[in-house]
Design a protein around this ligand. Structure first.
Ligand code: ATP
Ligand code: MG
Length: 649
């Protein structure tokens, strides 16, 4: 196995002013957390949170794994994100919105406050929404989505955002699971220069279900024609005008729920992950300061959708709690051309850019030299999240986009963790490409066996967080047993169940953690365990390969054999691809990694957040009929095309 020794040191000029400036500084913090865990968190809770009344205990473990943080403390998250900034940041841009068609709006903290207060009043006064009520948001990426989240937080309502790409069926399931009283949506929005519609999906979802919903509040964005249900549908643009400019916020307990969010479902039925107030907002803010090194004058852009956890923590809550300027973008980074994202960086002088490997691959594929055409000198930190990034994509991101001077923070975390868990610190951590590196200070991430034994160097094990942390999932909505079983049923340390992420990882000789993929993505060939991510990374070294997915297939003798799906780059044909890939695998990993099946397909089955649904590919590799729900796929038709290809092979 090849161990690469390619390490990139932090940019010294950047490090000089960074929040955490060296590995010594990192260890000082982490050692403090190890020595006095509660004391560590107390320091930050006292410094960062605007408490309305003080908490009693930092961490209450009496009902583990239902942990409580900052017990009986009182706060309001919309105060933390807006009101407390008004004294010195009233005119600072809070949200910098860019529409699909290039329309730009700067929303100051004062303006944000006004709009959130008005909407909070509308929800409370006109719709009778009270503390603890659930409100489902089915919204495009427009500022009103942010106002709605913060207005819910202000009055103590629990929002549950459903990604605007989901079907009526998926929306209905989530509305019913949360028993939502109100749905907030929009007529639609713009994508690739054209209007697209959302409201009809809500209509369909409520046709024969979602009986708890009393009203639908509709934001008019594109003003296209929509159906209107009298007595149920309400016009936001009209109603908002007459609302009071001040809405007193609800005093919330640290452990009152803030929001629900369903996981993306790449491994099974989505879970309604519940996050609460104080611990979540504290870590959202701290990671903005540590991982993105956010500074007063920065303009920060995360390209996620608010329908995912990344959009919650790193477009809205984290940046606003930190008093930053956060960019919200309605469109796609490849329209009108592959330079759109880079033009936005240039136009707005963006300092931090945070996206997913799938977007990086698309931007790379569509415009390898596109970044050169723009002035990207404002960039300081680049981020990636969502899946393992492959070294070629990482290199391009580092060299072409970051021009060799920006740190890349490869952030590992999950819907359930609320915020970053493992990531380089841009001013401190020497970076190894495509490696999440070290747990953040205060986070006890370990690679262990089921019984808690640490794994040897470079040996794959279970990626666990062995101490509770403030922004962790509190429960699965309506199903506390599933919470315990899903996360605390696989690994024990010192006799206590610990949080298991579902991901496999290994620790290298530098002490760096590399994510190897989901544990059930490990393939066991004749007793050799290999992570699918590792094999995929090797296959991607072939310059004609655009995308790859590796799964295991039961094999009489070997236990499992390797089955590889390949998508070639546009304009490439390669008759010898299978032979070629196996030579590559033999060189990169060893003969053991050679695949029995390598097939070329037109595309891969992906969730709307860009993750490959390997369970579908596993079924196809086995020659089984695909029985999984494919309605949450970006392109359900791809499944049949892959099945046909697999049969022919
Ligand atoms: P479900 O839990 O319903 O199957 P999901 O796990 O895809 O859905 P998310 O919470 O959005 O939903 O994704 C978290 C997962 O994404 C992690 O468990 C990990 O597998 C992957 N991931 C996130 N960031 C990284 C990263 N930097 N490197 C490698 N993998 C990552
Ligand atoms: Mg998951």
């Amino acid at each position: 196995m090849r161990t690469h020794r390619e390490i990139y040191q932090p940019n010294p000029e950047f490090a000089a002013n960074a929040a955490i400036r060296s590995m010594d500084a990192y260890w000082e913090l982490q050692n403090k957390a190890i020595a006095d865990y509660e004391g560590f968190w107390k320091t930050y809770a006292d410094e960062k949170i605007d408490w309305l009344s003080p908490y009693e205990k930092v961490l209450d473990e009496s009902n583990a794994p239902f942990y409580k943080w900052f017990t009986n403390g009182k706060l309001n998250v919309s105060n933390q994100c807006i009101d407390r900034h008004l004294a010195d940041k009233a005119d600072k841009t809070a949200i910098l919105f860019e529409g699909d068609r290039g329309d730009v709006e700067h929303i100051s903290y004062a303006e944000l406050s006004l709009r959130v207060n008005r909407l909070a009043n509308l929800l409370r006064e006109e719709f009778g929404i009270q503390k603890g009520d659930r409100v489902v948001l089915y919204m495009p990426m427009i500022p009103e989505a942010a106002y709605a989240m913060l207005a819910c937080a202000r009055i103590g309502a629990i929002h549950s955002i459903v990604f605007g790409g989901f079907s009526a069926e998926a929306l209905k399931d989530r509305i019913e699971d949360a028993e939502a009283k109100l749905v907030i949506t929009a007529d639609g929005a713009y994508r690739k220069g054209k209007p697209y519609m959302l409201k009809h999906v809500v209509d369909e979802a409520l046709e024969d279900g979602g009986k708890s919903v009393e009203a639908v509040l509709v934001v008019k964005r594109n003003h296209e024609e929509i159906e209107w249900v009298e007595g149920r549908d309400y016009d936001y643009n009209f109603l908002i005008k007459s609302q009071h400019a001040e809405c007193p916020y609800e005093v919330m307990d640290s452990e009152d729920p803030l929001f629900l969010l369903y996981t993306s479902g790449s491994t099974g039925k989505p879970k309604g992950v519940q996050h609460n107030q104080a611990g979540y907002i504290l870590w959202a803010q701290m990671t903005m300061e540590w991982v993105f090194d956010i500074k007063e004058k920065d303009v920060y852009w995360c390209t996620a959708d608010i329908g995912w956890i990344t959009g919650h923590t790193y477009i809205i809550y984290g940046p606003l709690a930190a008093g930053a300027t956060t960019v919200m973008f309605e469109g796609v980074p490849t329209y009108p051309d592959a330079g759109r994202a880079w033009k936005m960086v240039q136009d707005h002088k963006i300092t931090q850019f945070y996206t997913a490997p799938t977007a990086i691959r698309v931007l790379h594929k569509m415009g390898e030299h596109e970044p050169e055409k723009y002035d990207l000198s404002s960039l300081k930190v680049l981020g990636t999240v969502g899946e393992p990034i492959d070294p070629p994509a990482w290199k391009w991101y580092y060299e072409e986009v970051g021009q060799g001077k920006c740190a890349i923070v490869d952030t590992w975390w999950q819907t359930e963790t609320g915020g970053h868990m493992i990531s380089p610190l841009p001013g401190a951590t020497p970076i190894k490409p495509a490696c999440a590196t070290m747990p953040l200070p205060g986070i006890m991430a370990e690679v262990i066996d089921h019984d808690g034994t640490p794994k040897e160097v470079n040996e794959t094990g279970l990626l666990c967080i062995t101490k509770p942390w403030p922004s962790m999932i509190r429960t699965i909505w309506g199903d506390p047993d599933r919470y315990v079983k899903s996360y605390f049923g696989d690994a024990v340390k010192d006799g206590k169940p610990v949080y298991f992420s579902g991901d496999g990882a290994l620790v290298d000789d530098l002490g760096y953690i590399t994510i190897t993929g989901r544990v059930d993505d490990v393939i066991n060939v004749s007793g050799h365990r290999m992570g699918t991510a590792e094999i995929e990374a090797a296959v991607k070294k072939d310059p004609t390969v655009a995308e790859v997915a590796v799964v295991g297939r039961p094999h009489e003798i070997k236990g499992e054999s390797i089955f590889i799906y390949i998508v070639l780059k546009e304009g490439h044909v390669n008759a010898d691809i299978a032979k070629h890939i196996n030579e590559l695998l033999a060189n990169e990993i060893g003969n053991i990694a050679k695949a029995d099946h390598i097939i070329e397909v037109p595309g891969l089955p992906k969730t709307r957040s860009g993750k490959i649904m390997r369970r579908i590919l596993r079924s196809i590799a086995k020659g089984e009929a695909v029985t999984q729900d494919i309605s949450t796929l970006e392109d359900p038709a791809i499944v049949e095309q892959i099945e046909t290809k697999a049969r022919e092979a």
